[in-house]
Design a protein around this ligand. Sequence first.
Ligand SMILES: [Fe+2]
Length: 231
Amino acid sequence: MKIGIFTDSHYSSQKVTCSNRYNSKSLQKIKEAYAYFKSQNCGLVICLGDIIDKENDHIKEIENLKSVAKVIQNSNIKTICLMGNHDAFCFDTDEFYSILGTCRPENISEHDSLLIFCDACYFHTGQHYKPGDSDWTDTFYPHAEQLKECIARQDKNIYIFMHQNIDPSVPQTHCLSNADELRRIFEDSGKVKAVYQGHFHSGNTSEVNGIKYVTFPAMCERESAYFTIEV
Ligand SMILES: [Fe+2]
């Protein structure tokens, strides 16, 4: 199956934030991305998180997310959106997915592959990020044991999708505090083929003990930051 991927669109009304994030341009870029995914016959689109960015007013954040939801729904391509830290700092999980419609992550089984989606918008305490929080450097995946058991039950090639990073060559500020534990689970299973992530805006690729780690560049910082993978 061909999958379209984009990440870190950070859509908001702001023209520029952090000197190189062109937030307001992202709605148009998401439309372009879907046109490209359609031309490539993608059967699935995955947004790896930070789909929107903060406004002074939550009403405006809702409006922005609704605009993105409209693009997704009009595309008629099944789409899964992982929450990024910026999404979780603006919306609670239920509000986020009720606005987006049908984009809630669920594992997808396709021939000999299984796609697993992990929400790592948690503090090391195990508490999920909530609107008003802001410490994106404290990131953690609290369901490692369940993930290990889920992988153990499979006889398929496994692909992991997550907003935050577990690739050891990405700066530590962007990585989960239990990234080592997750890498060990993936390596010991012998089934995880690749891990796909966003969050680190420059992007990165590496291979560690036979597992490919791909961090996609942020859509808000460049043109044509949309990609396809084949699983
Ligand atoms: Fe981001």
